[in-house]
Design a protein around this ligand. Structure first.
Ligand SMILES: NC(=O)c1ccc[n+]([C@@H]2O[C@H](COP(=O)([O-])OP(=O)(O)OC[C@H]3O[C@@H](n4cnc5c(N)ncnc54)[C@H](OP(=O)(O)O)[C@@H]3O)[C@@H](O)[C@H]2O)c1
Length: 282
């Protein structure tokens, strides 16, 4: 341990964040960079990152991930990319091969959508995954690839919708309000939620403690999408937006990932109300 910026700095744990320029990847980078030797990749976000020595340009559709891994030799890889599905599968296949041969663990940001074919209940870590969406099926495919590796090699982090002050979801709502465009709500959808601050604290904790396995990282309670969004809008200011109520089914539908076997310490758990109260401010 050495000290950097007054904080304890664990130079032994090199971390590489794929998608380090994205909303979630960059939030994780900012959380970890004062504690670990942290690197990130960017793709199109050149302006903000090309002069940053900790960042490397990586295009999944063009570049093999191996040379980057060999160059950085990370002990931890965090995968927070979006983009071409075939390229994502290939990149994670190569990462899996790298993990098998090196002292390295992957933290894969997965999604509540791996359960989007089950609508009647919330889902727990060891429930069987099943998805009706191409996005959910991609996540399942990568998860299954990782689950074939020894348990200490991977952590699968299933995340519900991520909000927070600077999140694309909140920015979009603010834009719709200001432009008098309708804000979409799903009255039948019951979900749990998180924000960038809580998620990054949780990832930090998991990495610090060398935790692996499957984790469900959302609020401990559930809320109707419509109620949540309306309360968020009230916090943004005294606006009266038009709501577009989108019904995808006749009955209530759950899209929620709750923990049962892998609960985090109390200070890292939160309610959806805390997500509204503490983090979504105008
Ligand atoms: N946001 C949510 O509510 C949410 C919820 C559950 C799970 N997730 C998962 O969390 C992960 C990150 O999501 P996000 O919301 O942070 O997405 P995002 O802001 O769109 O970030 C995506 C990242 O992927 C990079 N990328 C895109 N195309 C690429 C390519 N061809 N090659 C290499 N990198 C490429 C982007 O780089 P540039 O920006 O530099 O182009 C960016 O760093 C995703 O796996 C997503 O499925 C997100």
């Amino acid at each position: 341990m050495s000290k950097k910026g007054g904080k304890h700095y664990d130079s032994g744990k090199k971390i590489l964040i794929l998608g380090g320029s994205g909303f979630i990847g960059n939030a994780i980078y900012k959380e970890l960079c004062n504690y670990f030797d942290t690197y990130g990749t960017y793709y199109t976000a050149r302006k903000s990152f090309e002069k940053n020595q900790q960042f490397f340009r990586y295009d999944m559709t063009e570049d093999d991930i191996f040379p980057l891994l060999e160059k950085i030799q990370p002990r931890i890889i965090v995968s927070a990319v979006r983009g071409n599905f075939a390229a994502q599968i290939q990149a994670h296949q190569h990462i899996a091969e790298y993990l098998a041969q090196h002292d390295c663990t992957l933290y894969f940001i997965s999604s509540a959508n791996v359960f989007d074919a089950y609508s009647k209940y919330p889902s727990y870590e060891n429930d069987k995954t099943l998805s009706e969406s191409v996005y959910g099926r991609l996540k399942i495919r990568i998860e299954n690839m990782l689950l074939r590796l020894p348990k200490e090699k991977t952590a699968i982090l299933r995340v519900p919708m991520v909000f927070g002050n600077g999140s694309p979801r909140i920015k979009e709502i603010k834009k719709f309000i200001l432009e008098n465009e309708p804000v979409e709500v799903f009255p039948n959808l019951i979900l749990n939620v998180t924000n960038d601050d809580k998620l990054t604290q949780q990832v930090h904790y998991l990495i610090n403690r060398n935790k692996t396995g499957i984790f469900h990282l959302g609020s401990k309670d559930l809320v109707h999408h419509e109620d949540f969004i309306k309360e968020v809008v009230e916090r943004i200011g005294s606006f009266n937006p038009i709501y577009k109520r989108v019904f995808t089914t006749n009955e209530d539908r759950y899209l929620a990932v709750l923990p049962k076997d892998h609960k985090l310490p109390k200070n890292l758990q939160m309610s959806y109300q805390e997500i509204i109260d503490h983090h979504i401010l105008s």
